[in-house]
Write a protein that binds this ligand. Structure first.
Ligand code: FES
Ligand code: FES
Length: 161
């Protein structure tokens, strides 16, 4: 038995400890928001957060995350995530959509630790997330828009306090 915490909920699973986390999410827990791309930690489609850090779930055995808090796109609700979602919609970032769950998870992780990333910091943080439709320019613009929105929210809240 492996005990996992996914989106804040404890799960007990009778599963081979070597099973990649992505297979557990999709096949055992039927959480299909996280996508399979390359299966080799090369494309970022399978990105989830492990204790807040973006990781490639296709290449992590489930035994390695037993004591971690795993967050998938289904459980995301942070201020940064909401700002990213809105910016993605406003700027029509998505084309075919296949890579976008992973893109959004990486973008959110970036904004949760860096409220005002530069172009270079965005490119570095997003470099492991590939997009066959080449939406990179819109992704970068959307991350800047989300950062601005988070900054405005913070200053409004700060002003009232
Ligand atoms: S599917 Fe995991 S990095 Fe490509
Ligand atoms: S939107 Fe099609 S692969 Fe990225």
């Amino acid at each position: 038995m492996i005990s996992l915490t996914i989106n804040g909920k404890k799960q007990e699973l009778d599963i081979d400890p070597d099973t990649p986390l992505l297979w557990v999410l999709r096949d055992e827990l039927h959480m299909t928001g996280t996508k399979l791309g390359c299966g080799m930690a090369l494309c970022g489609a399978c990105t989830v957060h492990m204790d807040g850090t973006p990781v490639r779930s296709c290449s992590i055995p489930v035994s390695a995350v037993a004591n971690a808090n795993i967050q998938t796109i289904e459980g995301m609700n942070s201020v940064a995530f909401q700002a990213v979602q809105k910016a993605w919609r406003d700027l029509d970032v998505v084309q075919c959509g296949y890579c976008q769950s992973g893109q959004i998870m990486s973008a959110t992780a970036l904004l949760q630790t860096n409220k005002k990333p530069t172009d270079e910091q965005i490119d570095a943080a997003m470099s492991g997330n590939l997009c066959r439709c080449a939406t990179y320019h819109r992704i970068r613009n959307a991350i800047h828009q989300a950062a601005d929105a988070i900054g405005k929210t913070a200053s409004t809240v700060g002003g009232k306090a």
